[in-house]
Design a binder for this molecule. Structure first.
Ligand code: DX5
Ligand code: ZN
Length: 216
C-alpha cells in the first residue's frame, strides 16, 4: 500500500485552528494526528476534549488520537465521544493492555499501541495480533520539533518482522522528527503511516509539504 501521511496539529496555530483544519481538508493528508499530553506520562500538557470536539466539527479526515497519558482506560469513552476515529495508547502507560485494546475496539475505533524509543519491539509479541496499529516513537514523546532517533530504522524492521508473521495488515506508524530527508528510508524499512508536525507546520507552504511527504 502507499504510505499515509498524518500531520500532527500539535505544531499548528491554535489561535486559528479552523483555518489549519481547512488546509488539512484540502491537502493530501490522510489522517489528522491529535497529540494528547497529560503532564504526567510526558512532561508537557497539550489539550483535551473541548479542543478535539472543535477540530472534529470541521475535520473531513479521520482523527488519529495519540494518548500520551497515564491510565488511559479512564477516558476512552470520552475520546470516542469527542470524535476519535483511532485511539493509540502507550504500552508503558497500560497495566492491562489487552483489556484496553479490546475496549477501544468495542468502541468502534481503530486500536493502536505506541512504544517509546527505549521499548523493544519484542514486547509487542503477545499483543500485535490484537491491534490495528503500532506507533513507533522516533523521539521521546512530549514535544514537537525534536531530532529523529536513528535506532528507529531497526525498530521498524523488528515490528515489520513481527507483523509479517502475526498481523500482515498492521499499520506501522512513525512519530517524531519525520521530514523529507528520512521519509523514503522509513517507508523502505516498513513504515506505512508517517506523522509530521514541525515539517508541515513550519513549512512556507504546509499543503505543498504534505504533498511532498506523500510522494516521497
Ligand atoms: C511528540 C508527538 C508527535 C509530534 C511530532 O510527542 O507525539 O506527534 O507532534 O512532531 P514533529 O514532527 O515535530 O516531531
Ligand atoms: Zn503523536
Amino acid at each position: 500500500m502507499n504510505h499515509l501521511v498524518a500531520p500532527s496539529i500539535l505544531t499548528a496555530n491554535f489561535a486559528d485552528l479552523q483555518k489549519e483544519i481547512t488546509m488539512l481538508n484540502q491537502s493530501e493528508a490522510d489522517w489528522i494526528h491529535v497529540d494528547v499530553m497529560d503532564g504526567m506520562f510526558v512532561p508537557n500538557i497539550s489539550f483535551g476534549f473541548p479542543v478535539i470536539k472543535s477540530i472534529k466539527q470541521y475535520a473531513q479526515k479521520p482523527l488519529d488520537v495519540h494518548l500520551m497519558i497515564v491510565d488511559p482506560d479512564r477516558y476512552l469513552e470520552d475520546f470516542k465521544a469527542a470524535g476519535a476515529d483511532g485511539i493509540t495508547v502507550h504500552l508503558e502507560a497500560c497495566t492491562h493492555l489487552n483489556r484496553t485494546i479490546q475496549r477501544i475496539k468495542e468502541l468502534g475505533c481503530r486500536a493502536g499501541v505506541a512504544i517509546n524509543p527505549h521499548t523493544p519491539a519484542a514486547l509487542l509479541a503477545d499483543i500485535i495480533a490484537e491491534v490495528d496499529l503500532v506507533l513507533v516513537m522516533s523521539v521521546n514523546p512530549g514535544f514537537g520539533g525534536q531530532k529523529f532517533i536513528q535506532n528507529t530504522y531497526k525498530k521498524i524492521r523488528d515490528v515489520k518482522e513481527l507483523s509479517s508473521k502475526n498481523n500482515p495488515h498492521l499499520y506501522i506508524e512513525i512519530d517524531g522528527g519525520v521530514d523529507t530527508t528520512n521519509i523514503a528510508g522509513l517507508v523502505q524499512a516498513g513504515a506505512n503511516v508517517l506523522v509530521a508536525g514541525n515539517a508541515v507546520f513550519s513549512a512556507a507552504n504546509p499543503a505543498g509539504m504534505i504533498s511532498q511527504l506523500k510522494h516521497s
